[in-house]
Design a protein. Structure first.
Length: 130
């Protein structure tokens, strides 16, 4: 999957700004193409969990509805663990069409950003290219 460098940088900046809590956001896209990153609030306000703030999710859902755009990826950060979906992430993955992007900030100087599809409890890593 293509993930332009500026979008990746925006995500990582949002993740760092949110420390020590997890940060989250949504990438809106069309077809295979990511269009824009929308930073959202983490309603869980937790260092180990995220919940995209319902008002943000609703706003973005209404924005893309009928526009040909879609929720292309769901991003969140792992401040102290690896860039891999947690058991909770897998259980609460309700968007089989979307890519789940996870940034690990274990080494803040060198964040690790990875992408996954999570379909019916199965985790499949997808390669990200700039
Ligand atoms: Zn997670």
């Amino acid at each position: 999957m293509r993930l332009p460098r500026p979008m990746r940088d925006a995500m990582l900046a949002h993740a760092v700004a949110g420390l020590p809590l997890e940060a989250c956001g949504i990438v809106v896209g069309r077809g295979e193409e990511p269009l824009r990153f929308v930073a959202t609030a983490n309603a869980a306000a937790s260092p180990t969990r995220y919940e995209i703030a319902p008002r943000d999710l609703l706003r973005i859902t209404l924005e893309v509805e009928g526009s040909g755009e879609a929720i292309w990826a769901i991003f969140h950060s792992h401040p102290t663990s690896a860039a891999y979906p947690s058991a909770t992430d897998i259980r609460l993955a309700f968007y089989p069409e979307a890519i789940y992007l996870i940034a690990s900030l274990v080494d803040p100087a060198r964040p690790d950003l990875r992408g996954f599809r999570i379909i019916e409890g199965q985790v499949i890593e997808v390669a990200l290219e700039a």
